[in-house]
Design a protein around this ligand. Structure first.
Ligand code: IFM
Length: 444
C-alpha cells in the first residue's frame, strides 16, 4: 500500500449558506442567495437555505462527527451577512458563532480552514452594485480585516475566495447563480473586482497585520478538450479554457489577462478601463498555497452561433448525476499543467466529490459505491502525481453533508453523510466509512 506523507492534509469542505440555516438568527441579514431563492424558477422546487443542515444549531455534534471521520482539517466559509449585516455595522454575535465553531474544532484536534467568501454577498452590498461596483473591494476588505483580527490566531490557513468564476461569470454573465444577471460586461467587472479584493486581502493579512498564517485562493478548474482534432474544435477548447481557467489563472500567476480572451470579449465590451494596470500587480501578490476545486473535465465543440464560439459536447464518459464526466486522468493532466505553466506553490485540492442518487436503506445504511469509486480514483491520481514530486499538499472532500446545492436545491446529494432533511439526522454513507479508512491508513 502506498502511503501519503504525514504532513498531507486530509479534510472535508462545506460552505456557510449550504449548511448553516438560521438565515434570520444571530443578527444575520439577507444575502443575494436568500433573495434569489425566493424568485420562482431560479432554484429547483423553490428550495432555499433557510434551514439547510441546521448546522448553526448543531455545530457541536457536527464537529464530533468530523472528529470521528478522522480528518486533519475542516474547510468551511464565513457568512458575510452575519458579520456585517449592514454596511459598516459589525455584528459581534455573528462572529461569535465562528469563534465557537473554531474553538470546538481546535479542541477536537481539527485544523480550521476558513474561506472568507463562498458567495453569500450581503443584500446591502448588492443594492449598491455588488461585485460590479469597484467599491466592493473596500467592503470586502473591511469584512476580511475583521475576520483576520478576530480569528487569525486560531485558524490553520485562510482562503480568500471560493471559485471566482462562479461568483462572477455564473452569477453576472450566465445568470444561473445569484444575483442572476446576464451581462458579459458585468461578469468581467465582477471577476476583476473579486480578484482585486483577493490580492488586497492577502496584502492586508501579510503586510499590514504581519500575520504568518498561510493564505491563498481557490479556483474551480475544468480542463477543456475539443471533441475532434479539427481547427474549429481547437478554437472551441482554447476559448473554453480561456473563459473558465486562464481568465483567472493568468492574472493570479502571471499578472496579466490572456490577450486572446480580451480580444474575444471586446466584441461585447468596448471599454476595459475598469482594469487598472496596477491592479494586476495586486492580484498577482504572492500567496502561500493554491487551492483548486476539481470535479470534471469539459468536452466542447465549435459553435459559430455562440458568443464565445464553443458549446458543451456530448461525451461518452461515465457521469455523476450532475451530468459531469468522471475524469480522474484529466485531473492528473491539470496538475501537470499547473506545475508546468503556473506555479510551484503547494496545491490543495480544496474540493472534489460527486453527486449520486443515494438511497437511505431501512437499516440506516447508504451504499454509494459510485461515490466510493469516484473518491478512490481521484485520491489515487493525487498519490500518483505526488510520487512524481508534484506536491499536492492536501485533499478536501466535497462535501461533508448532503446540502443546499445552489440552483439544484436539495435534489443533488454530494455528502459523504446522508442528511434526512425532515429529521436532520445524519447517516454514514459507505463513502464516509471508506474515507475514514483511507485517512486512518493514510492511503488507499
Ligand atoms: O456545491 C458546490 C460548492 O459550493 C462549490 N463547488 C462545487 C460544489 C458542487 O457543485
Amino acid at each position: 500500500m502506498k502511503q501519503f506523507a504525514n504532513e498531507f492534509i486530509f479534510g472535508t469542505s462545506t460552505s456557510s449558506y449550504q449548511i448553516e440555516g438560521a438565515f434570520n438568527e444571530g443578527g444575520r441579514s439577507l444575502s443575494v442567495w436568500d433573495t434569489f431563492c425566493a424568485i420562482p424558477g431560479k432554484v429547483l422546487n423553490q428550495d432555499n437555505g433557510n434551514v439547510a443542515c441546521d448546522h448553526y444549531h448543531r455545530y457541536q455534534e457536527d464537529v464530533q462527527l468530523i472528529k470521528e471521520l478522522g480528518v486533519d482539517s475542516y474547510r468551511f466559509s464565513i457568512a458575510w451577512p452575519r458579520i456585517f449585516p449592514e454596511k459598516g455595522i459589525y455584528n459581534e454575535e455573528g462572529m461569535l458563532f465562528y469563534k465557537q465553531l473554531i474553538h470546538e474544532l481546535n479542541e477536537a484536534g481539527i485544523k480550521p480552514f476558513p474561506t472568507l467568501y463562498h458567495w453569500d454577498l450581503p443584500m446591502w452590498a448588492y443594492e449598491e452594485g455588488g461585485w460590479v461596483n469597484r467599491e466592493s473591494v473596500s467592503w470586502f476588505l473591511e469584512f476580511a480585516k475583521t475576520c483576520f483580527e478576530q480569528l487569525d490566531e486560531h485558524v490553520f490557513s485562510w482562503i480568500t475566495h471560493n471559485e471566482p468564476w462562479c461568483a462572477s461569470f455564473l452569477s453576472y454573465h450566465q445568470g444561473y447563480h445569484a444575483p442572476g444577471h446576464m451581462n458579459i460586461e458585468e461578469g468581467l467587472k465582477a471577476a476583476h473586482h473579486i480578484l482585486l479584493s483577493h490580492g488586497e486581502a492577502v496584502k492586508l493579512l501579510k503586510q499590514e497585520l504581519q500575520s504568518s498564517t498561510p493564505i491563498g485562493i481557490t479556483l474551480n478548474l475544468a480542463p477543456a478538450y475539443g471533441v475532434k482534432d479539427t481547427y474549429n474544435d481547437m478554437v472551441a477548447s482554447n476559448n473554453a479554457d480561456g473563459y473558465t481557467n486562464r481568465w483567472f489563472l493568468d492574472p493570479i500567476f502571471k499578472g496579466s489577462y490572456p490577450i486572446d480572451m480580451v480580444n474575444l470579449f471586446s466584441k461585447y465590451v468596448h471599454d476595459f478601463s475598469f482594469i487598472q494596470v496596477q491592479d494586476l500587480e495586486t492580484i498577482s501578490v504572492p500567496c502561500d498555497f493554491f487551492g483548486i476545486n476539481y470535479y470534471s473535465r469539459a468536452l466542447v465543440e465549435f459553435a459559430g452561433n455562440q458568443s464565445l464560439l464553443f458549446t458543451n459536447a456530448y461525451s461518452d464518459y461515465p457521469k455523476t448525476v450532475m451530468g459531469w464526466d468522471v475524469s480522474p486522468e484529466e485531473f492528473k493532466q491539470l496538475i501537470y499543467r499547473l506545475r508546468r505553466d503556473y506555479t510551484d506553490l503547494p496545491i490543495y485540492i480544496t474540493e472534489n466529490g460527486a453527486a449520486y442518487d443515494d438511497i437511505l436503506e431501512d437499516d440506516g445504511s447508504v451504499h454509494d459505491q459510485e461515490r466510493v469509486d469516484y473518491i478512490n480514483q481521484h485520491i489515487t491520481a493525487i498519490q500518483q502525481v505526488n510520487e512524481e514530486g508534484l506536491n499536492v499538499a492536501g485533499y478536501f472532500l466535497w462535501s461533508l453533508f448532503d446540502n443546499f446545492e445552489w440552483a439544484f436545491g436539495y435534489e443533488k446529494r454530494f455528502g459523504i453523510f446522508y442528511v434526512d432533511f425532515a429529521t436532520q439526522r445524519r447517516y454514514w454513507k459507505d463513502s464516509a466509512r471508506q474515507y475514514q479508512q483511507i485517512i486512518k491508513n493514510r492511503g488507499l
